[in-house]
Write a protein that binds this ligand. Structure first.
Ligand code: BGC
Length: 255
């Protein structure tokens, strides 16, 4: 039973076959640049190009940087607006000729971290937050995903939080680590006030540099860096695609 995981990100579409029992890639991942504009037709072709690098897979899990309900993409904050209400799972499945599961990118990354990474064996309410082009959120209660939370769009200082505190905001505004960490701290304090999670798992590319900003953030909730880094989305997508067929330590059945 071979499953391909594909992660659609702001700059790259990355994929690999996944060992969903161990949470590892079975082959080196393949990456193509995310098309610009990132319209439905171009992204479906980019995904097909990644999938064509592998053979012998039976199903595919694909992440998307927006809300996904029943395989339909409902929001498109950082991708082309042609994704609004697109029947994504059907489009991918028609193009790839295999069953496809589509889920939110942060939900996928969180599922991988909860099953194999920083959230392993943790009970209670766990929140994964990814700081990248936007801010993605994923919420788990005792290992069960509550899908499609969009806490990156809370209001912070009168603005959409991801506009103030995403990693892209740090880069675009050329912020110092101190300045950006101050915004991330204000954001995390707001989220902890609303939800009181037991643990924050901080993901996204910037989590590789956690030593630069974790010491600058003072909150009550324990906070750890994601451990699967670049591969969390690919692994989580594959886990979601397989979940219908066999039990798994992380439960994404509410997708
Ligand atoms: C989207 C989320 C997504 C996050 C990270 C946000 O703008 O609304 O659905 O998870 O970016 O890509």
């Amino acid at each position: 039973m071979a499953t391909l995981g594909i992660d659609i990100g702001g700059s790259g579409v990355k994929g690999a076959p996944v060992d969903t029992g161990a949470g590892d890639l079975l082959a080196e991942r393949v990456r193509v640049p995310t098309p610009q504009p990132s319209d439905v037709t171009s992204v479906v072709e980019a995904v097909a190009e990644v999938a064509a690098s592998f053979d012998g897979f039976d199903r595919v899990g694909i992440t998307f940087p927006g809300v996904v309900v029943d395989g339909v993409t409902r929001t498109a904050a950082n991708v082309d607006k042609s994704w609004l209400d697109a029947p994504a799972a059907r489009l991918f499945s028609d193009r790839l000729g295999k069953p496809v599961t589509v889920l939110n990118d942060a939900d996928a990354a969180g599922a991988a971290e909860v099953a194999f990474g920083a959230g392993r064996d943790q009970r209670g309410l766990i929140m994964m937050l990814t700081f990248g082009t936007g801010i993605g959120s994923a919420l788990f209660l005792d290992g069960v995903l509550i899908p499609n939370t969009e806490f990156g769009h809370l209001e912070l200082d009168g603005k959409d939080a991801e506009v103030r505190a995403s990693d892209r905001a740090r880069e675009v505004d050329d912020m110092s680590w101190e300045k950006w960490a101050g915004r991330v701290e204000a954001y995390l304090k707001h989220v902890e006030m609303l939800l009181s999670p037991r643990l924050f798992i901080i993901g996204g590319g910037v989590s590789k540099k956690s030593d630069k900003f974790f010491p600058l953030i003072d909150i009550r909730t324990p906070m750890v860096a994601a451990t699967l880094l670049n591969n969390a989305g690919i692994i989580g997508a594959a886990v979601a695609a397989e979940q219908a067929e066999r039990p798994h330590p992380v439960d994404v059945s509410a997708l």
